[in-house]
Design a binder for this molecule. Structure first.
Ligand SMILES: [Fe+2]
Length: 186
């Protein structure tokens, strides 16, 4: 899906709110709290909370390292998104993200599965890449909107995170191709 398909015309009756604000709020939800009742932003963001268990379930040292490294990056993404909100002049909101919950639930199911470690690693890479693609779509849309609406600083920040999400996705592909998929197929 092309992010350029999103209407940015304020006269467009389908646009009831600034589309960049709406998209950034969706990303905030995506990285937001696991417990909607916690209004003080005390709970760890959903993904940051789930990644350590998924990293621990991996048999491949390369995969564990890649997930742990991306966990640190994801903590940075949460902070960077707050800078984006500041740059576009709105307050971040903490809401539950059903989409991310579903993806994390799939990943946790794989992490807890019994059986062959190599096969589990291949499935964990698939689950992790579904999360990355979800994030890439969200950040790509937000960066395009920010550029088109003249929010240069926000676009730069969103682009930095987008690049890190894409690099994480590519790293997972390399680990799959280099070792995990071959071991799982044996
Ligand atoms: Fe990510």
């Amino acid at each position: 899906m092309s992010s350029a398909a999103v209407s940015t015309d304020p006269q467009d009756p389908r646009v009831s709110v600034d589309p960049l604000v709406a998209t950034c709020r969706q990303i905030s939800k995506l990285l937001g709290e696991a417990r909607p009742s916690n209004t003080l932003r005390m709970a760890a963001p959903q993904l940051v909370e789930a990644l350590p268990d998924i990293a621990q379930a991996a048999s491949s040292k390369d995969l564990t390292k890649a997930i742990d490294e991306h966990l640190e990056e994801t903590r940075g993404h949460v902070k960077r998104l707050e800078e984006v909100f500041e740059a576009i002049g709105i307050q971040p909101e903490s809401e539950h993200c059903d989409g991310m919950e579903g993806l994390i639930s799939e990943g946790s199911e794989v992490a807890e599965a019994a059986g062959d470690g190599d096969a589990r690693d291949a499935a964990l890479i698939g689950a992790a890449q579904r999360v990355e693609h979800y994030e890439i779509a969200a950040y790509g849309t937000a960066r395009t909107l920010a550029r088109q609406l003249g929010h240069t600083d926000a676009a730069k920040l969103l682009g930095e995170t987008l690049d890190e999400e894409s690099a994480a996705d590519e790293k997972l592909t390399k680990i799959a191709e280099k070792s995990v998929n071959r071991a799982a197929a044996r």
